[in-house]
Design a protein around this ligand. Structure first.
Ligand code: UDP
Length: 238
């Protein structure tokens, strides 16, 4: 008896740092595989899944520019970092038997497909997981904004933001024992209270298109699947 998923098509956004495990940098293949299993569990419910993975475990444009690099060049390096993460996730998903396509916003035909919206939608309809790489393809953006943009373009019903904690809190729950988790919160409250959900331009883009953001813990085994089956704790921003 399969539980009925609450959404038919979703986008999962994770930061690059989610892939580095306990290392301070780079990719930790067992961690990538663990997350791939979480994705597979949701795919096995019949949910259509897109993913956007950040690049902060390898390179962030702002850090590069703070060290004297030209900003747009540094941002392109950050976008290339997301391609490496996407390829690692593709490899992990395929090793679990999940069909998967990496679609890049910066053309590199030998490595991944270019972004063509209708083609991407077709992959989803065929139940392939798609990973959008290279962000929006533009400097000065983040992968949070890329996630919101692609979720809108793909007509996803929600963005799932996988983090280390099970939702949005009024203060950092790692540092404050009395922090309270919101069950739900509005986009405007997130912006006004400056809560760390996604960056402000991504929140505004989600708000303007009525795209709910579900913040949940990726460290909780089976948590992603649980939420789609109507269980678990999370915060919905809507
Ligand atoms: N980036 C960019 N344009 C985009 C998406 C990303 O220039 O549309 C660059 C930017 O330099 C950013 C880096 O890629 O710092 C990695 O992405 P992000 O910081 O969003 O990764 P995360 O924090 O989610 O790991």
């Amino acid at each position: 008896n399969q539980p009925t998923p609450a959404y038919g098509r979703v986008l999962l956004k994770i930061s690059g740092e989610a892939l580095m495990g306990d290392q301070g940098y780079g990719l930790h293949p067992p961690t990538v595989e663990r997350i791939a299993r979480e994705v597979k569990a949701v795919r096995d419910l019949g949910v259509e899944i897109c993913m956007v993975i950040g690049g902060g475990n390898i390179f962030r444009g702002l850090q590069g520019s703070a060290q004297g690099m030209e900003r747009t060049t540094a941002d392109y390096m950050g976008m290339l970092a997301t391609v490496m993460n996407a390829l690692a996730m593709q490899s992990a998903l395929e090793s679990l038997g999940v069909f998967c396509r990496v679609i890049t916003a910066i053309r590199m035909d030998e490595v991944a497909e270019p972004y063509i919206r209708r083609r991407a939608v077709r992959h989803l309809e065929k139940k392939r997981v798609i990973i959008f790489a290279a962000g929006t393809g533009n400097p000065y953006f983040t992968t949070d904004t890329a996630a919101t943009l692609r979720a809108n373009e793909m007509a996803c019903e929600a963005i799932f933001k996988g983090t280390k904690v099970d939702g949005v809190y009024d203060k950092d729950p790692v540092k404050h024992a009395d922090a309270n988790r919101y069950d739900e919160i509005t986009y405007d409250d997130v912006l006004q209270k400056n809560l760390k959900v996604m960056d402000a331009s991504a929140i505004a883009l989600a708000r303007d298109n009525d795209l709910p953001i579900i913040v949940f813990s990726l460290d909780e085994p089976g948590g992603f699947r649980g939420i789609l089956a109507g269980q678990g704790t999370y915060t919905i921003v809507h």
